[in-house]
Design a protein around this ligand. Sequence first.
Ligand code: NDP
Ligand code: 2IT
Length: 449
Amino acid sequence: MNEYVNRVLEETKTKNNTENEFLQAVDEVLKTIEPVIDKHKEYEDLSILERMVEPERIIMFRVPWINDEGKVVVNRGYRIQFNSLIGPYKGGLRFHPSVNLSIMKFLGFEQIFKNALTGLPIGGAKGGSDFDPKGKSDNEIMRFCQSFMTELYRHIGQDVDVPAGDIGVGGREIGYLFGQYKRIRNAYEGGVLTGKDVVYGGSLARKEATGYGLMFFMREMLGAHNICIMGKTVSISGSGNVAIYACEKAQVMGAKVVTMSDSNGCIYDENGIDLDCVKEIKEVRRGRIKEYLNTHPNAKYIEKTGSENPAWTIKTDIALPCATQNELILEDAKTLVKNGVIAIGEGANMPCSEEATNYLLEHNVLVAPAKASNAGGVATSAIEMSQNSMRYYHTFEEVEAKLDTIMTNIFNACKSSAEEYGLGHNYVAGANIAAFSKLAKAMVAQGVV
Ligand code: NDP
Ligand code: 2IT
């Protein structure tokens, strides 16, 4: 291994030794960019890697709020302003009980590279809270969001840091957060948050963008290998924002999606998922995926028991992990390979463990890496920011066309970087190399900051 890469990896482990997800994300990036480091000896003297793995700023704060029983509840809030090399900090907010510093840092770190790949001027950030939105009333969600923003507002701004949604944060939460920000600041800074409803400054197609973008990337990746999506079977995990719109676009492209899931279990409908039904359960009623069987008695429900994900036991051509990190581990990868899977498209962030990714690549499965394949969401957020700055709106078709072009460009960047360094079809390495090369140049240009 390159000595410089090895040293920084060791130092990062020592400094952040309890942060497993963060270390995993750093390990994957640093190991795949070795050929760039070999070529650019000057990066060591400039401590490019040390600067890349150290967040510019970490904000942690108390979020007290009052539940419907009148009890004061205290959660922890985070914002990791990781890197502002190429634009204002940009990245989502995650509300989930599992949120901790390691998860926030891995997401913030990956966001830097993802945002660089979009070709748009956005730096990398992530935030959120260990608040669990499940089972909370609308009023509880609103009070929590208001309290969260009462601290966060002083750290963000449309040219400073622009949060958006992620797990547990969708249009409803962004609305409450925006309302409180606007009230505190006494100014209409439309571009301070993205993922807003279209009635007050949101972009058409932002809701659909991550899932649609994933399928545009998949189309390009398969196309480069003369494979067509039409007629392929697809398994999807998750049934949230990313999963739903990946399913929608996959169906439009002529594929048959047979699974979706939530944290309790997975549905398998061999006739193809009825997406209107899933939308009704998840977007309207905020129910559980199991309820699909109430109207589709011939579908199967497989309860999640161990760490293996039931979605990956179903034989399909394409697997799209769209729920959460490390939801596709080595055992799942082995099952998928045994069942003849052609391609994996990462809709979630870091859904494949490093061992799973390596196993898939070694067995000639095409892997669309999250930093590239799910970048359509944040890219469309940047398009939302630009519309807010222009005080103007694009049509749905205009935004979707821009998204399609961006995803195609991202795939081409991954492909040409992989080819430049003789890495064949390893688009995981290609994505990291393309993003890192750009960021390293910006870091050199801006001096020691
Ligand atoms: P949502 O909250 O809309 O949906 C999340 C889905 O994943 C739900 O079905 C949820 O099930 C499931 N899920 C979440 N956590 C777990 C878990 N620990 N174990 C099993 N299932 C889980 O989130 P999104 O669709 O927005 O996000 C999904 C993934 O995509 C995340 O990794 C996110 O970081 C990533 N992403 C999101 C983007 C966006 O624009 N929203 C952009 C790029 C990436 P349940 O309801 O039971 O919790
Ligand atoms: O992981 C991600 O890219 C997101 N959750 C979207 C971030 C954004 O700013 O739109």
